[in-house]
Design a protein around this ligand. Structure first.
Ligand code: ADP
Ligand code: UDP
Length: 236
């Protein structure tokens, strides 16, 4: 399947049409952004790593019975996916406190969250992705009650699958962000699951192996992503 018209250029990926109206190609770029796109850098190999990482993780989730966008890994930086009608909210589950939760609630970074927390954010950079609740989502028509329930159910199921997968690789899944869309009316997992959109810490040392290395200027960003991939047994 070949790339046709460029439909959308986001902060990290470019979306292309294909000859099949129900399929898209996601092209993963090296661009790495933080703080709503205020900090941007090109990190060599990042696009390739994230493309392969995302395909690997989404394939594991599909095997576990989660409906995902995954169709095929086309090349180093390109994946063929189902074209979803995206729901403009982000679903975030946290197992350990970090990032905006720490800033918002003043809890200690690394505190275990039992049960894990669930948050919705509106996907809107101009408004800095504000937190929203189910009432907002229903009132503004971003999703129905049943679709909200399904997104929550699937997001928690992803937590069970990924926590176990990362645990075996000596990693803690601190938190992650998912985006869903509709494919033939069914809530389906889209976008990406990569170290750009989740937090992963070494189980023993709690060394950060995710995009916080970029946000916090810790260096070794791509090396950390590669380490995670290698620990998962992926070939790059
Ligand atoms: P952003 O839009 O946040 O800058 P990206 O650079 O990752 O993010 O752009 C990818 C865009 O493609 C996002 O808007 C995302 O919602 C959308 N998208 C991801 N997966 C799919 C899919 N399977 N079908 C349709 N749109 C998708
Ligand atoms: N996240 C993301 N995209 C966003 C906002 C958050 O991928 O637009 C991810 C982020 O990488 C982390 C989780 O969602 O794994 C929770 O992010 P948080 O609310 O702590 O915000 P942050 O401080 O990372 O901006």
């Amino acid at each position: 399947m070949e790339k046709r018209a460029e439909l959308y250029r986001g902060k990290a990926k470019t979306v292309y049409a294909t000859d099949d109206a129900s399929r898209l190609i996601l092209h993963f770029r090296n661009d790495t952004s933080a703080f709503d796109g205020q900090k941007i850098e090109q990190l060599d190999r990042k696009g390739m790593i994230n493309n392969k990482f995302n395909h690997f993780i989404m394939s594991k989730l599909a095997e576990a019975g989660i409906p995902t966008q995954v169709e095929a890994l086309l090349s180093d930086n390109d994946s063929l996916v189902k074209k979803l009608d995206m729901i403009p909210v982000e679903c975030v589950v946290r197992n350990l406190a970090a990032g905006s939760l720490v800033r918002r609630l003043g809890v200690e970074e690394g505190r275990e969250l039992t049960p894990p927390t669930f948050e919705f954010f509106l996907k809107n950079d101009a408004l800095h992705d504000p937190m929203v609740n189910e009432s907002h989502i229903k009132t503004f028509g971003w999703a129905t009650e049943a679709q909200i329930a399904r997104m929550k159910e699937l997001t928690y199921k992803v937590n069970d699958v990924l926590k176990a997968l990362f645990d075996k690789a000596g990693l803690l899944l601190v938190d992650y962000k998912l985006e869903f869309g509709l494919f033939n009316g069914e809530i389906t997992l889209g976008d990406e699951i990569t170290p750009d959109g989740c937090r992963l810490w070494d189980k023993e040392t709690r060394k950060k192996l995710d995009k916080d290395r970029f946000r916090q200027g810790l260096g070794g960003v791509v090396e950390a992503y590669e380490e995670v991939a290698q620990r998962l047994g992926m070939s790059l």
